[in-house]
Design a protein around this ligand. Sequence first.
Ligand SMILES: C=C(OP(=O)(O)O)C(=O)O
Length: 564
Amino acid sequence: MAQTASLEILDGTPVVAGTAYGPVVWPGERPTYDVGGHPEVPESDRGAHQQRFADAAATVATRLRDRASASSGAAAEVLVATAALAEDRGWIGAANAAIGAGAPAEAAAIAATEKFTAMFTKLGGLMAERVTDLEDVRDRVLAVLTDTPEPGVPQPDRPSVLLADDLAPADTAGLDPAVIVALVTRLGGPTSHTAIIARQLGIPCIVAVSGLRAVSSGVPVLVDGSAGTLTVAPDETDARELVERSARRAAEVAGWRGPGRTADGRSVAVLANVADGVSARAAVGHPVEGVGLFRTELAFLDRAQAPSVEEQTSLYREVIDAFGDRKVVIRTLDAGSDKPLGFVAQPAEANPALGVRGNRIVVSHPDIRTAQLDAIAAAARESGTSPWVMAPMIAGPADAAEFAAEVRARGLVAGVMIEIPSAAILADAVLAEVDFVSIGTNDLTQYTMAADRMSAELAALTDPWQPAVLRLIEMIGSAGIRAEKPVGVCGEAAADPLLACVLVGMGVTSLSSAPAASAAVGARLAQVDLDQCRAAADAALASSDPVAARTAAAAVLDSGPSAP
Ligand SMILES: C=C(OP(=O)(O)O)C(=O)O
């Protein structure tokens, strides 16, 4: 818990952006049952207890399904999944076994749940996040068995902030965003059901906040879903102003249609990352100006045989056709490491992220790259367009020159990803060999920080705001300015509106990310001018850690466009 002169600020993991202010409400008490306080059930009554348990579980499942029918989207899916837990054969079987050994139905519900939650917790990750769901089912069954009210979230009489240890899907799915203006939980991760439904409802949300239990019902709090902070008893006028500012920003994002440019008119293409024709056609519905990264390997992950040139041509046509004459950047297969391809036979590697990955397969499988470039060239000819083509995992100018020669021999525009620190350090020499570069910040961060991008434990290290990563990006951006060649970013960093402005200040000319992020990025860029972006980049670069870099950049960017 951070503490300023008079304010307590709790930190957590940000899940849904937005700012909200209101008094705290906590969910009501869950039903209790004293397991030890009941005698063993005589054998003759055990059948009746098994029936009571089965009826109670069926009642809970039916109620959850009825609520699912009255909901939609993720909320409905989550409620159906929770109903299925109430009917789970393994869980019911464990309860029947406990009753068979003499436990009353109530104690059996508790024992069966304990057995499964222990197992889920041991498995960790997504399974561990299902513990809350099963405990909720248990409490609902207990409520039916003990004839007490169903547990759940209170209905406050004014807009309030809901705090909880964790919320069961059935609680979250029924929330009214007009009454519950923010959600903050002590437990849970960004993929928990609380998080999924908060996203669907658009309720600002933070999870994994320690110290939350010390905040009592009725205390006013300010929730910042972007920063992941909860401020206890803030100044009311300041808090309301921050909420209004956040609402204005949300409206600007909703209304942003592109094209990407700063307030003073510097064009920055806002592009989409896609995986195939389906995702490309979906991306067209967002305010994007084209495709900045077509991850071609994702279409072939389950294939044992290499796709033919014809099949590839038609896949590439689908993406090109979705965008008409707009820009499309196609990346050659990024095979290996976390994306192994069955048709790229590779001996087992002790350390695949540092192994034969991406463009490096050309040494052992030159025919695969040749076929892919031929297919891209055919798609370009057939569509009468000129897609840009780039290779992943390029270590330096020699790799870049070899790849560019192959691409240009087919009349296509040649570029490379910069995601290995060596290529960033040699950015001038790399740019001399190609027409453009695109920075893969996910891998650049992984390789710069020597931290596996898949590791939740190392999340603080795999943060693209790490000053060392920013320094490398700045080196690439400056090299692009000197070479007068485009420098894009196509990693997740391009989806962070604040970081996007910093990247532009470093010389980045296009930003490509999940299409859903495009409006927030474009709207933020439209609020700042290029000098501000440069000043924000300088402020971030002068910082010694990622949190300080973000704070310093935000201070510059939030100060409004610089004077003309
Ligand atoms: C865009 C990138 O590539 P990948 O597909 O490996 O995320 C990156 O590394 O930033």
